[in-house]
Structure formats: structure tokens, C-alpha cells
Design a protein around this ligand. Structure first.
Ligand code: GLC
Length: 412
């Protein structure tokens, strides 16, 4: 039950599975949504005025990475260009970039330096849709402006040439990349030459499935992916993404937030099935991460650090039990029981497993757990004794995801 490896430098992706997603751009200034321009129906000129205000004087990539570390995250994915077309690096392909803001510093270069120095693989998010570029065929479709504006020259081939040069810059000027993260999927156009270019310049970069041709991994988003719910283990590389905010990926001043238990359940579910997980925050216009976002990440981190041995280097093993209330992972002689849904009761039945572990420990607290192999009335017809964990302190664990480590004499 192990996803086939790539067999090359991209395999870092299976070692470091929890990453920090960062949506940052001009949209941090109005602080409403990363698709501010599109969702409010502004004109391009109205929105583009924000370039004169972008001045994140408190931006310090090491602080972002400190927070990522506290959360237990090991890689980063950063929006270099969202659908508004504003570029957060020193690009020669358009003036609509960070060098022409009051800040006038290549924020991507600053982040990349910090990532390289601290050993965080850096993945770059890049939007295929570009509401700003005169050659992008804006035709009122999803994520597009209602139509070309005066002076535009819609021309897909010219636009693709622009994208290619930008990809070349991103894959050349910022050192080694861990990945390339295309968005958004609505733009139907197949052209393998883009991913080929990335592969030739950045052989260790994993590429997602939202580009111009098939990539290396799937991207389940929020709760919208059925396979992420239905499969016991992913069969292909998967990286699920989720924002701390319920509305936006960019910073939203009056955001509504997910709860910590919800985020833990979501994270545990994906990691226990063998996937990767990107948890997103939107840094504020001054370059810092909002206290509420930091607090959520730290809370996730406190849980993750206590249970991570059940996830790091462990493989999905949920097929070993018929119980759908839990997920299982295994590593060596240990089997880990993840109560990734709010428990209905204080026991877990692990039929058809009928071996008694020599030790059962609740990773969250270090407390021993009572394990028995005995016949319970529900199984009177089968007359079979199965492994049962009982007296779990579930009431004390409301608000977290309990994980129990079972150590057996031999591997299951
Ligand atoms: C959604 C949003 C987009 C965001 C992306 C991240 O598709 O519409 O703005 O960048 O999620 O996966």
C-alpha cells in the first residue's frame, strides 16, 4: 500500500509531507480575497493602482519559516503570480511586478534564500490565468475579466510565449526548486512543452496536475475531493491543500476560520492515507503573518509534533481493519490507530486483527491504553475475538485527533 516512488530527486516529496502554502500579493492590501479584482468586478486599472501601495516593510522570510517549523512543516509553496497577474519576483517579462512597488525588492529571491539556507524545498505557485496581460484571452470565463479591455491584443500563442519566459526565469534565477504548482484548471489547453521545460531546468521539482499537461501529483482542495474521502490510501501522489480561512487563501481582514479540530482531522486523514498536505495562510500587507493565522498553525503544530512518528515514514495500513472509524498506518512492528473522526465512544474495535500488542500507548499524552483480544457481543455469530482498545480518555481528547501506537511482536 505504498505509492510508487519517482525514483529520482523528486522523491523528497515522500519524505517531507506537510508544507506551508502562502498566498501573497497586491490583494493583501484590500484584504478581502486573493481574487479581489475578479470577484468584485473591478476594472484592471482600478485594481492595478494597488501596485503603488505594496510596501511590506516588515517582511522577513525567516519569520515565516520559523512559524512553519513550529507547525512541523517542512516545505513551502509560494504564489509567484496569482490570477491578477501581479508578479512577486523581478521579472523582465512585465512591469507589473514587485520591483515597481514602493518596496522594490525581489521578495521571491528573499524567500528562496531563506528556504535554501534552512533546507526547505521551495515550490512555486503560478497562475495560468492572467487578468492583467494584454495577450491573455480574457473572455468572461471563470477567473477571467469580462472581456478584452481597450489596447488588449488577445493572442494565446503570444501569451504562452510570455508564460514560457516567466517559467524559464522562475526555474533559472532562484536556485533549486522543490516543485512547480500550476493553477487554475479552467484554462483548457494542452501543451507538454511547459512541463518539459520545468523538468529540464529543475529535475527535482514535482509538478502538480493543474498545468498544460499531466503532472506528478493530484491536488485535492478543501473538502471537495471525493477520492480523498473514499480511498483508504492514495494510489497516486496526492497533495491536498486547505486554507486556515473559510473564505479566502489571501489575507482577509474579517475572515471566518476553521476550527483546530477540523484542521487536525483533515490533516491526519490525508497524511494517514499517504498524501501530502499544504496548509495555507495569507500574509498581511506589511509582510507579517496575522496572529490568528500563526495561532492556528502553532496549535496544529503542537498536535503534529506529538503524533508525527505515526505519520513520518509510516505507510497507510487501513486495509488491515474493517473499522471505518479509524485509519491505520504502520512502521516496523508498530501499527498506529488514528481516530480521525470525532469518536462516538471510548473504544475502538480493530477486527479482524486478533493479536494482542505488547504495548499500546496514546501518543497524545504518553498514557498506556488498555488493549484486549476478546469476544464482544456484537460478534457473537462469528464467535471471534478481536483486538479492542478500551477506556480511551476520549472526553479529555475532545478537540484533538487521538492516535494510539500499538507495538506488536512482529510487523503486521
Ligand atoms: C482555489 C482558489 C484559488 C486558490 C486555489 C489554491 O482554486 O480559487 O484562488 O489559489 O484554490 O488551491
Amino acid at each position: 500500500m505504498r505509492i510508487p516512488r519517482f525514483g529520482d530527486g523528486r522523491d523528497w516529496f515522500f519524505e517531507k509531507r506537510f508544507g506551508l502554502f502562502l498566498h501573497w500579493g497586491l490583494y493583501a492590501i484590500p484584504a478581502w480575497h486573493e481574487q479581489h479584482l475578479y470577484r468584485l468586478g473591478l476594472t484592471r486599472a482600478e485594481y492595478a493602482k494597488l501596485i503603488h501601495e505594496f510596501d511590506p516593510v516588515r517582511f522577513d522570510p525567516d519569520q515565516w519559516l520559523d512559524l512553519a517549523e513550529e507547525a512541523g512543516m517542512e516545505y513551502v509553496c509560494f504564489t509567484t503570480k496569482h490570477i491578477d497577474g501581479f508578479c512577486l519576483w523581478d521579472t523582465a517579462q512585465t512591469d507589473y511586478n514587485v520591483m515597481n512597488t514602493p518596496y522594490a525588492k525581489d521578495v521571491l529571491a528573499m524567500l528562496a534564500d531563506a528556504c535554501h539556507r534552512r533546507g526547505f524545498p521551495l515550490c512555486l505557485y503560478y497562475s495560468k490565468v492572467d487578468e492583467h496581460h494584454p495577450n491573455f484571452p480574457n473572455a468572461g470565463g471563470p477567473y477571467e475579466l469580462p472581456g478584452p479591455e481597450a489596447g488588449d491584443e488577445p493572442d494565446l500563442e503570444k501569451y504562452k510565449a510570455f508564460v514560457k519566459e516567466q517559467v524559464r526565469e522562475l526555474c533559472t534565477n532562484y536556485g533549486e526548486l522543490g516543485g512547480f504548482w500550476w493553477d487554475v484548471q479552467v484554462f483548457e489547453h494542452s501543451d507538454p512543452s511547459f512541463n518539459e521545460l520545468i523538468r529540464s531546468l529543475q529535475p527535482n521539482a514535482v509538478i502538480n496536475d493543474r498545468g498544460f499537461s499531466e503532472g506528478d501529483f493530484d491536488t485535492a482542495e478543501r473538502d471537495w475531493s471525493k477520492p480523498a474521502d473514499e480511498l483508504l490510501a492514495f494510489e497516486r501522489p496526492m497533495e491536498a491543500c486547505q486554507s486556515v480561512g473559510m473564505e479566502s487563501w489571501g489575507y482577509k481582514e474579517d475572515e471566518d476560520y476553521y476550527t483546530v479540530p477540523y484542521l487536525l482531522q483533515s490533516l491526519d486523514k490525508i497524511l494517514a492515507k499517504g498524501g501530502n498536505y499544504l496548509l495555507n495562510v495569507g500574509p498581511m500587507a506589511d509582510g507579517t503573518i496575522a496572529p490568528k493565522h500563526a495561532e492556528l498553525l502553532r496549535a496544529v503544530g503542537r498536535w503534529y509534533q506529538t503524533v508525527r512518528e505515526a505519520l513520518d515514514g509510516a505507510e497507510p495500513a487501513s486495509h488491515l481493519t474493517d473499522s471505518r472509524e479509524v485509519l491505520l498506518t504502520r512502521k516496523g512492528d508498530a501499527l498506529y490507530v488514528h481516530l480521525f473522526r470525532t469518536p462516538r465512544g471510548d473504544r475502538v474495535l480493530l477486527n479482524p486483527i486478533d493479536a494482542l500488542p505488547r504495548k499500546a500507548t496514546l501518543l497524545n499524552t504518553g498514557a498506556e491504553v488498555e488493549a484486549r483480544v476478546d469476544l464482544v457481543p456484537s460478534f457473537h455469530q462469528q464467535k471471534k475475538a478481536y483486538l479492542r482498545l478500551r477506556n480511551l480518555p476520549v472526553e479529555d481528547l475532545v478537540g484533538t485527533v487521538p492516535v494510539v501506537k500499538l507495538e506488536f511482536e512482529e510487523s503486521r
